[in-house]
Design a protein around this ligand. Structure first.
Ligand SMILES: [Zn+2]
Ligand SMILES: [Zn+2]
Length: 170
């Protein structure tokens, strides 16, 4: 079991622990999911007093890692979170079975995202129109442009890529 996450009953009622958040960045589902749950890093070293309302802080039944995983795979479904916390109390085996499914799902999603972002960053893009429909200007066509146009093609020689979409070289 990983790091603990904490729970404040009073903040769960009032939503006080969300008060400093910039609301434009959070969906109502996200805010609902966060209501009452407090990360250890927000506790300033004291995990028995709520840093938002000074109420009593309790260790949540589920771990921080599981909390994050459930939020991720369910798009911040608070009902599911509450059911899982309940299940953790009542039937730990069933809970772990469900969690292992969620962890797989979360991991697959992360891998897919990683793959997508690394394949995107490896591909050079046209700096003018952002198109990835580009081709490398070959040494031959560089040499050819020097021979044919002499000094006037100096600009072209130092460029490495040609954009098929907006026709610029860069
Ligand atoms: Zn509180
Ligand atoms: Zn372009």
């Amino acid at each position: 079991m990983g790091k603990a996450i904490y729970f404040c009953n009073s903040c769960n009622e009032t939503g006080e622990n969300n008060r400093n958040l910039d609301l434009q960045y959070f969906t109502s589902d996200r805010l609902n999911f966060k209501r009452g749950y407090i990360y250890e890093k927000s506790c300033n070293g004291n995990t028995s007093v709520c840093p938002y309302c000074s109420g009593k802080l309790l260790k949540a039944d589920i771990s921080e890692e599981d909390y994050v995983t459930i939020g991720n795979v369910s798009n911040d479904n608070r009902q599911l979170l509450d059911s899982m916390a309940d299940l953790h109390k009542k039937d730990i085996i069933e809970y772990e079975l469900k969690m292992s499914q969620f962890r797989n799902q979360y991991e697959q999603g992360r891998q897919a995202q990683k793959q997508e972002s690394s394949s995107n960053s490896n591909l050079p893009k046209c700096p003018y129109c952002n198109s990835t429909d580009i081709k490398k200007i070959s040494g031959f066509s560089k040499a050819g442009s020097v021979a044919l146009f002499g000094i006037f093609s100096v600009g072209k020689v130092s460029k490495q890529w040609h954009c098929n979409s907006c026709k610029s070289d860069f």
